[in-house]
Design a protein around this ligand. Sequence first.
Ligand code: BGC
Ligand code: BGC
Length: 448
Amino acid sequence: MTTSFPDDFLWGCATAAYQIEGSPLADGAGASIWQRFSHDPRLMAAKGETGDIACDHYHRMADDVAMMKEMGLKAYRFSAAWGRVLPDGIGRVNEAGLGFYERLVDTLLANGIEPLCTLYHWDLPAALDDKGGWLNRDSAEWFAEYGRTMFERLDGRVKKWVTLNEPWVITDGGYLHGALAPGHKNVFEAPIASRNLMRAHGAAVKAYREVGKHEIGLVVNLEPKYAASESPDDKAATARATAYMNRQYLDPAIHGKCPAELAEVFGEAWVDWSAEDLALAKQKIDFVGVNYYTRNVTRADPTNWPLAANMVRQPLATYTTTDWEVFPRGLTDVLLWVKDNYGDPAIYITENGAAFFDPPVAEQGRIEDPLRVSYLRHHIAAVGKAIEQGADVRGYMLWSLLDNLEWSLGYSKRFGIVHVNFGTQERTLKDSAKFYREVIATNGACLS
Ligand code: BGC
Ligand code: BGC
């Protein structure tokens, strides 16, 4: 049996703090914008579903790590909740909260699992939101202070760090369309938040170079855009959509400039970045983290504000329960696109996975999830194809370990390869978890 994956390929799973931990205010933690958003029925789509309990991972961490070991995971990507570590976002350090992440990291290492820590997976401390959150230029210093606190305590035990998870989702969901915390709908705010996020990313990387000795990167969600036709309008729409979603953050971080199309997309809300802001955003990073879920066939659509582009549904395709087209080849394409456009960086797939309908309760200890198994089989094979064509992909973090709070959509969208019964907190390995265990054990050879 042959495999395209290097011997030291990092097979893992990913999660995020607010989606799994529960007890968001325990042991002196400060509230986050997600605490506020999920408790506000005007904002939260899945009303009444919050991260108050989630997967209760905060209390079940040791058992969850034991389960990861049983599945053979070599790595685990988690995020730290900023407000557990710094309840006010800056200033006072909360030892009890930081202690949770120290215990998590130590437990992972004791089980031979490499930790990857994401500093920011969307749960801004509410105390900082009260000061304007990502709209405040001081956010770069706030974030660097939080990063430094984490690096000083954990670098060495954690050798791979991520600054931000998906700045595009943070601004598009949080500041433009309002579906995610803090729930603003303001086209003038989105470009400001984007710029401050990238300044914060740069400031955290700079802090890391002073304190840390290992690797740090940025995670972006990439959705390759394919023009629906050869018409100039559709091609221009595709270029806009690519600039908006796929290049908006990577271009400043790696090339030190912003895509020209953004001025067109944002119109009078766009403000050019100063040379100083561009210089701060562009710091040498050690890897690019790619989150891939789906692709987009794009056509011009003047009614869709502000992009004036829309997606074309594919009548013959399979869609997940989050209504995303299953398109494995897009993952190969997007990895090669990153290689070709951003200087052949080291890449980790930091998320890939799918929500499909699974029963809320396991029957006789089993959850059959053939659609997810098929999704994973074809997407992991697509990673192998990109490696064969020269992309420097070093690991794959499946989203997600556990069924969890799918943000504003609540608990009904199940992404886990481990089923969670939210009444009892019982965990059951789905068929996809057993499949993934086999992929890991054979280093991908079982796919061919
Ligand atoms: C959704 C997010 C999701 C992301 C994944 C966005 O369109 O709003 O909730 O996490 O896509 O790429
Ligand atoms: C996010 C995850 C989310 C997943 C599925 C990504 O956009 O990083 O937090 O659960 O997609 O929507």
